[in-house]
Design a binder for this molecule. Sequence first.
Ligand code: NG6
Ligand code: CA
Length: 509
Amino acid sequence: MKINFISPFTLSLVPFAAMLAGNNTKQSTPNIVLIYSDDLGYGDLSCYGYSKVPTPNVDKLASEGLRFTNAHCGAATSTPSRYALLTGQYAWRKQGTGIATGDAAMIIKPEQATMPRMLQGMGYKTGAVGKWHLGLGAETGKQNWNGLITPGLKELGFDYSYIMAATGDRTPCVFMENGRVVNLDPADPIEVSYIKNFSGEPTGKDNPQLLRMHPSHTHNQSIVNGISRIGYMRGGKSALWTDENIADSITAKALNFIESNKNQPFFLYFGTQDVHVPRVPHPRFAGKSGLGARGDAILEFDWIVGQVMATLKKLQLDENTLVILSSDNGPVIDDGYQDQAVELLGDHKPWGPFRGGKYSGFEAGTRIPQIVRWIGKVKPAISNTLVSQLDWYASFAALTKYNIKPGEAPDSQNGLKTLLGKSKKDRQYVVKQNLNNVLSIVVGNWKYIEPSKFVSINKYTNTELANNPQPQLYNLKTDQGETINLATEYPDKVNELKIKLEKIRKSEK
Ligand code: NG6
Ligand code: CA
């Protein structure tokens, strides 16, 4: 008699074999890795065609995935952009979401819904590594940097965190792991202030002879590693980061997080310090781009991407990991230090074909690179579809079959099909904010920038902010550089977009 069945023993070997192979390809939902660069422009990557800096690892990612040409972050600076990304709510709806100091209280409150908590609830291990810049603790200026700072990322749904509290150019210049400063010697406690210096401590302003990199503006307070910063700090010598090693340190932690969680779904929010100021890349990259420290920082960023991709491949996670690479805002050349970025820029065009840059309401402020790669699920292509980072929250919810509750991630829409290249339908509209919280809205080819009385130029960076007492209307299809204001020619269009923007602004969220 021919016995034709699969024994329970054979069946039970299948998951066991998958386990042995060290991969989680049988997982029903993919791992999610967000590589979130800082101040990286649309034109900074060679795959976007405007770059004089080779970025082979990013280009490979793009050639294996979907490269977006019409992707937008929520704001032209870091804190509001990150706030919007992690909560699915426009930052301009909430007070206190502007560029945060290094001693800011946590800006997202523990009771708010967050992307990591949502994914955690769906069985993901969640980790944040690198730049944070969304505040820590309950009260501004009141953190005890020598103990556990709470509430922190754990209260927002991150199982693991290894972060820089704010930015590379702000104190405290230390890494924090799961809410505590790393390598801190209790005999040398840390103090931080954004009000006044600690007596006897040198500053960039009073002791410029101690600096190896001089500020071009501001950035003249406490000195760490020969670089003066925004903000004051004292103590914690053994915990201070070495700027040259930041990329190596955070990358090691990111890879370790991936490796430790390879057998279960994980979500990694990996915010790089590159290419923010101060730009002090490792000697492996310093001087290598020929474009000064900013170009070298792009090389370092590309290396980081290569490390993440090599690790996913080594762990056989390629086919079960959705990787998204993007940036928190557009590019800036001189953002506070004399690092030769301006002098050596040459033909490189960080802003691509767009006007403005970081801080701006013009496109270069918020039109950022975005690459989505998921082997076997996302076909390599270029997408010109209008998309917003606000939608990642609801899209990941759809991906993991989570039902968004009423009021949760109120400005986020499910754009999963577009993200995966299965739809070419533009988002109905995209709203963005500049440094002054002046809003603009893009609908199809049209862009409307609301009138405002703020200064038109950021005097520190020489960036056009797109602030104008008159309404502005641009046709992004025929004029992607926003050179011709069509507002007087098309008053009906101005009115239509103005009303739409007001409706979105006034909607209770
Ligand atoms: C600005 C700083 C700039 C940078 C930025 C934050 C001045 C004049 N400029 O206020 O150097 O630190 O904040 O950048 O102080 S971001 O990418 O984190 O938003
Ligand atoms: Ca930024």
